[in-house]
Design a protein around this ligand. Structure first.
Ligand SMILES: Nc1ncnc2c1ncn2[C@@H]1O[C@H](COP(=O)(O)OP(=O)(O)OP(=O)(O)O)[C@@H](O)[C@H]1O
Ligand SMILES: [Mg+2]
Length: 349
């Protein structure tokens, strides 16, 4: 049996709100909330959604069970986010989530996998090593479907596990889809749910002093909006309750049976948050040698949808680009990192 043929290349992006996995040729995509929770036994077989991905239970080698992703979000009393404020919180939980999600990609036993995964830019080197070591090697993944009670045991081997700063995925994706074969000098701004990650690539090198992160992100916008509505209405709204309204671009929200227009508040904070991000970007770029010339600004992450047009204008006003259309936004900014990592894994497999 030729090993090469059987190696599955999978790209992973461990985000604050969503963990994204992309399979060979980008055909299979899995998105789960970045949550791991304690099991909470309930009634089986009654819900209508019996899909594996929304009912994932993982049993670790020590016999402990965990709810993962959407199941943890909906049913766990105690749940832990994999990341917070732009940093990974627990590599152990990240490994649990990735293993569980991988069970959706592997169709036959004893599959060989090559994984490329992104972690927040601010992650220390030793954590990246922990993640890589924790995932590499042969393993048995024991998963169950909480809705049906069905169990699966999958033996797989992760031959390689590359761990990289998250934005590099989008960089690679843009390069490959635009047919570039040289290393383009670029800065990637990834506005996510919990942080904005910035990565500068200069002469093919990842520039550490010109890369970093700020907390300003979709969460910041939700927090500002919540506190503004709390003042207007006297009712307490929690930021996460407003994420959906932001995501679908609602102009009004219902609070205690009354409609409130949120468009002005959103516009105001989109502007001020974009200013902070560009400010930080300028400081980071200031550490590059004066001969460095950034050819491309890539704007990625779910926040590119919300902050995109504002960011393009502010980047132009600040002379980081000549015109707004020099800023590149990937076709699917939420998935771009995972797509790029999939291609990196493919190249290594
Ligand atoms: N089409 C869309 N329009 C607007 N907002 C969106 C869209 N899709 C996703 N989002 C928002 O983007 C966020 C998710 O983006 P993304 O997956 O890039 O974040 P993340 O990687 O989980 O977080 P981080 O990068 O901070 O760790 C969510 O808050 C979601 O509400
Ligand atoms: Mg992200």
């Amino acid at each position: 049996m030729s090993k090469k043929k059987d190696t599955l290349a999978i790209g992973v992006d461990l985000g604050t709100s969503l963990t994204k996995l992309v399979g060979p040729a980008g055909k299979k995509i899995v998105k789960i909330p970045s949550l791991v929770g304690d099991p909470n036994p309930g009634w089986k077989g009654l819900g209508t959604d019996k899909s594996w991905i929304n009912n994932l239970v993982l049993q670790t080698d020590d016999g402990k069970k965990y709810f993962v992703g959407e199941l943890a979000r909906l049913q766990s009393e105690i749940k832990r986010p994999l990341a917070e404020s732009g940093k990974m919180k627990s590599m152990k939980d990240a490994i649990i989530a990735i293993k569980a999600a991988l069970s959706n990609f592997v169709e036959k036993d004893y599959a060989n996998l090559t994984i490329a995964t992104g972690v927040p830019v601010a992650s220390p080197q030793d954590e990246m090593t922990t993640l890589s070591k924790g995932l590499k090697g042969a393993m048995t993944v024991n998963v169950a479907n909480d809705a049906t009670g069905e169990e699966k045991q999958i033996n797989l081997k992760i031959e390689q596990c590359l761990v990289m700063p998250v934005c590099y995925g989008s960089y690679y994706e843009i390069l490959k889809t635009s047919g570039e074969d040289r290393a383009v000098d670029a800065v990637v701004v990834d506005i996510g749910a919990g942080a904005t990650n910035i990565l500068t690539v200069y002469e093919g090198r990842l520039m550490r002093t010109a890369s970093g992160s700020v907390q300003e992100s979709i969460s910041t916008l939700a927090e500002r909006l919540a506190s503004n509505l709390n003042q207007q209405t006297g009712k307490i709204l929690r930021p996460f309750e407003l994420i959906k309204a932001i995501e679908v671009g609602r102009k009004n929200v219902m609070v205690a049976g009354e409609q409130y227009d949120i468009s002005d508040t959103i516009n105001y904070y989109v502007g001020s948050i974009s200013d902070i991000i560009v400010d930080e970007l300028q400081t980071l770029l200031g550490s590059l040698p004066p001969d460095a010339w950034i050819e491309k600004v890539i704007l990625t992450g779910g926040g590119a949808e919300v902050f995109g047009s504002n960011m393009k204008n502010i980047l132009t006003e600040n002379n980081i680009v000549h015109s707004p259309d020099e800023v590149i936004v990937p076709k699917d900014p939420v998935l771009a990192n995972a797509m790029g990592f999939q291609k990196i894994a493919e190249a290594r497999a």
